[in-house]
Design a binder for this molecule. Structure first.
Ligand SMILES: *Cc1c(COP(=O)(O)O)cnc(C)c1O
Length: 218
């Protein structure tokens, strides 16, 4: 299987899942997670025509995507990993969507930097649906306050993102995130990875973040 074959196979599975759930396949975006992958695999994805990618570290993403972004004007990059406030400047300059807002301090820094750079990026809030100590994300109980704060700061919050605990059935977490997005009037749901994206589609995923199933092991 080539990388192009992998993309076709996953796109087909997304389309099938959409059909089974009476959803429009074009309402589900494939965020190809290119973190830690060799450059030639990313090149193959670009040659295949894919333009939407996710990276979890600012510096790695900068090194990889600054040259590619010069060659391809239509690349869209999502930040899907935790963001430190000292990397906000680079992140706002490079990324097109920030999926991982999870605290007020970061929201303030992002709002400030977006104003400075004149870049009003769409943002998602990451929710720690499993209340895991080691995991990033705002707790379910604090989501409402953080969302209010983001909106007051003028951030364009359009969605929610989660990473379910590895040792639990993911559907519960996807359903919870869907419920929260409905409650707060948010349009986008970033949920589902290589191992569980098929379960996220019936529960409303609009962005599935897939790495190894497209590019192979990291
Ligand atoms: C690495 C990563 C993914 C992709 O995981 P795969 O299992 O390789 O598909 C998705 N989301 C986040 C936040 C990641 O860090």
């Amino acid at each position: 299987m080539t990388i192009a074959d992998n993309f076709k196979a996953i796109q087909e599975q997304i389309a099938d899942g959409a059909k089974d759930s009476a959803r429009d396949p074009s309402s589900i975006q494939l965020v190809a997670v290119s973190k830690m992958q060799p450059a030639e695999r990313v090149r193959a994805a670009l040659d295949h025509g894919h333009r939407l990618f996710g990276e979890n570290r600012v510096q790695d993403a900068q090194e990889r995507w600054t040259p590619f972004k010069k060659d391809y004007a239509d690349i869209t990059l999502h930040l899907i990993g935790p963001l430190q406030t000292n990397k906000v400047k680079e992140a706002v300059a490079l990324f097109d969507v920030i999926e991982t807002i999870d605290r007020e301090k970061l929201a303030i820094a992002l709002a400030d930097e977006m104003k400075k750079q004149g870049r009003a990026l769409p943002c998602f809030i990451q929710v720690n649906t499993g209340d895991e100590e080691q995991k990033a994300g705002v707790s379910v109980g604090e989501l409402s306050a953080l969302l209010d704060r983001c909106r007051m700061l003028g951030l364009n919050v359009t969605g929610l993102m989660c990473i379910p605990p590895v040792d639990q059935p993911p559907a519960f977490h996807f359903a919870l995130l869907q419920k929260l997005a409905q409650r707060y009037g948010l349009k986008y749901l970033s949920m589902g990875m290589s191992g569980d994206f098929k379960k996220a589609i019936p529960l409303g995923a609009t962005h599935v973040r897939i790495g190894t199933a497209l590019f192979g092991d990291r």
